[in-house]
Design a protein around this ligand. Sequence first.
Ligand SMILES: NC(=O)c1ccc[n+]([C@@H]2O[C@H](COP(=O)([O-])OP(=O)(O)OC[C@H]3O[C@@H](n4cnc5c(N)ncnc54)[C@H](O)[C@@H]3O)[C@@H](O)[C@H]2O)c1
Length: 254
Amino acid sequence: MSGAPLAGKVAIVTGGAAGIGFALAEGLAQRGAAVLIADLKGAEAAAAKLAAAGHEAAGVTADVASEAATMAMAESAEARFGGLDILVNNAGIYATLTPQPFEALDIAEWRRVLEVNVIGTFLCCRAALPTMQRRGGGRIVTISSGVAFKGNPYMAHYVASKGAVVSLTRAMATELGKHGVTVNSVAPGFTLSDGVLKNPGLIEGVKEPSLRGRVLARDMLPADLVGAVCFFAGPDAAFITGQTLVVDGGAYFH
Ligand SMILES: NC(=O)c1ccc[n+]([C@@H]2O[C@H](COP(=O)([O-])OP(=O)(O)OC[C@H]3O[C@@H](n4cnc5c(N)ncnc54)[C@H](O)[C@@H]3O)[C@@H](O)[C@H]2O)c1
């Protein structure tokens, strides 16, 4: 795609095989980036969909909570596309969770949520940094959540994990600026992703209250997040770092 804002750039989208991640991978590809989709499952099939639409894309199976897998993921971007410029840390545990009172939350589930959402973000950033440094800089976008600001009930572990993602974004921004790497976060509101649509507890308990709580009173879809993520990943955001942009139809004013 000539004249595309991300032409010549290489992007990784974690959790990019489905849901919000696939919409982000498609949006980056449509703006000219070569995209490596990294996911626990379905990465190659999702990349094949992008390739069939004429984009440069590849898939790699990876668990973001595994140090070895995140290193292999960054190496794949280098081997397949010659480097890495953009990392979108989208993989996260949310849509499979069952809302529960704080005192009923399972400790093993707590640990896995923190492991994937927080430590997974850290591991992916650490794996990406050397290749971004070799390219003279890069863009990291984390996916936090509006819940970090609102403190929603019945998912205390998830809310805590997304608060940590906002803080980690700021901490990494302070350290990575000297490498020419910006680090920003997009905080979505309740989004009808593939995973959410399969979770009756979320659809029954969260969909209507979320819609009523928005200034723009309609359902939020994965496509609603593409502009914000591609902005942080692109040339217009070159002097912006450490920021979190809430994209939720005007539910929370950050
Ligand atoms: N859907 C929402 O309402 C909402 C709101 C705010 C933030 N978010 C965040 O957006 C991100 C995507 O959520 P979604 O609703 O699209 O979910 P989803 O379940 O539709 O898709 C998540 C994808 O991530 C993959 N994944 C999960 N764990 C992984 C791991 N350890 N390593 C690699 N890949 C993994 C899954 O296989 C899946 O393809 C998550 O970080 C979530 O917390 C979602």
